[in-house]
Ligand binder design. Sequence first.
Ligand SMILES: [Zn+2]
Length: 246
Amino acid sequence: MKDNELLRYSRHILLPQIDIEGQEKINSSKAVLIGLGGLGSVISMYLASSGIGRIVLIDHDEVEISNLQRQIIFQTEDIGKKKALIAQKFLQKLNPLVKIDTCIEKVQKCSTELIQDANVFIDASDNFETRFFLNELSLKNKIPLVSGAAVRFEGQISVFNLKPDSPCYHCLFDSSNFDLEDNCSTNGILSPLLGVIASMQVIETLKIIADFGTTLDGRLLLYDSQLVEWTTLKLKKDPDCNACKG
Ligand SMILES: [Zn+2]
């Protein structure tokens, strides 16, 4: 590690659970982030500042004025521009040592080269169709999925598909029970709640990559910001799950 890297990442390296070895794992890792909304804005900044060596940003949308209340990587002047390209520019300035690739299509249309060989998928999407697709992609490629979602005053975080016996997203949420077109564009959301959930997703991502602490594999963490209550639910692999059985 060069001097400028030792300095840049010194506050990670000072943590014995990470040290130089862990930071080197972070620097040589690849994370695919799906969605650059309220969660993805914050996630992408911490991924880049933490030194995740290769970051793939996937989002097909343009910045709208109603996004600016919570999607804090974007400026007022960015309205009408592609989110992934604006974010790429911002993050490259934040940390020139990391490589940032983009796909400005829906994830289903992005090239497999961009997605394969990732250490982790991070779901910051806003609809069930994408979430179920990502779960299948994660299972197929054996890449763990760090999942986060928030609506109104509540959020949730979990890690799926970390090990062969880990529950998958579909074990928890059966796709037949959902309107796949449903998304949160019609609901309100408390802006800084997204920062809380997004930060938790990056913590889980760094734990998986640098191998420290205990992840949320097999657990779902729920946060109610009005009551200031955190609840942990244990998750089990569903032996009859259509997505992950056999
Ligand atoms: Zn499953």
